[in-house]
Design a protein around this ligand. Structure first.
Ligand SMILES: CC(C)(COP(=O)(O)OP(=O)(O)OC[C@H]1O[C@@H](n2cnc3c(N)ncnc32)[C@H](O)[C@@H]1OP(=O)(O)O)[C@@H](O)C(=O)NCCC(=O)NCCS
Length: 225
């Protein structure tokens, strides 16, 4: 399978490139050719160029045609809020979504991997965890058993979630963040890098530090660095 029917990655930046390499590693592990149908990006300056040797075919207005030709999509945007925005635009164009799970990730015991989800190398996910849709588990994150990640919930590299953690839609755990077992993060909540969450984090709130304390500002787009 090649460009004619492969996965289209939307966003030709660093994270999109990372997804390309996950798809390539997945294909190598299966002994098949990588099924990559190209990149889309709204930056016109990139059109006709390549990313990781794969053509950038145009902007999001191309998505409807590619969807009707049977291509599946993945969104190469790491931050949950803009990833959600792009995925919702694509869905409105009739797009359906692939998954990408690096062969060096370990998912064991009935882990659900919903559409649009990307799992990077080194991730470990324990039994009965549900990745509902459009989740991103970045390098070497670990998730205990029975976690639920709602749509677009995102776990940055090296973060650790105990068992039974619930992440609301488009919530975010930063680099090396730690969430003790059984806690919930509400929709759009953000835990900062290197922070340890010891109590539930309400929707839209930002917390950081050890132990993590809620700061008085909205979680919308704050601290994307
Ligand atoms: C927590 C976070 C969202 C806050 O972002 P913000 O609202 O823009 O915060 P600011 O950068 O304005 O920092 C405000 C203060 O909090 C401190 N601070 C920010 N993040 C912190 C963190 N994670 N741990 C400890 N202190 C932190 C800053 O040093 C600053 O302190 P000061 O007021 O004494 O100078 C952000 O800093 C963060 O940790 N983002 C996660 C990034 C990440 O992991 N990305 C993954 C990429 S793969």
């Amino acid at each position: 399978v090649g460009a004619e029917s492969g996965v289209v990655i939307v966003g030709a930046g660093g994270h999109g490139r990372g997804i390309l390499e996950i798809l390539r590693a997945q294909a190598r592990a299966r002994g098949v050719d990588p099924a990559v149908g190209g990149f889309l990006d709204d930056d016109e300056a990139l059109w006709g160029r390549t990313c990781g040797g794969v053509p950038i075919r145009g902007g999001l207005e191309t998505a409807a045609r590619l969807a009707s030709e049977g291509h599946l999509f993945l969104v190469g945007v790491g931050e949950p809020a803009p990833r959600r925005e792009v995925a919702e635009r694509l869905s409105a164009e009739g797009a359906r979504f692939a998954t990408a799970v690096h062969p060096d990730a370990t998912l064991y015991g009935d882990v659900e991997v919903g559409p649009g989800t990307v799992v990077a190398a080194g991730v470990v996910v324990a039994a009965s965890t549900r990745l509902v849709a459009h989740n991103l588990l970045n390098l070497s994150a670990t998730l205990g058993h029975d976690c639920v990640l709602e749509e677009f919930a995102t776990v940055a590299p090296g973060a650790n979630l105990g068992g039974g953690v619930r992440m609301g839609k488009a919530s975010f755990v930063g680099l090396n963040g730690t969430v003790i077992p059984g806690l919930s993060l509400g929709e759009g909540a953000r835990l900062g890098a290197g922070s340890v969450l010891l109590e539930d984090l309400p929707a839209g709130r930002v917390a950081f530090g050890v132990p993590a304390r809620v700061v008085d500002r909205s979680g919308n787009g704050a601290g994307s660095r």
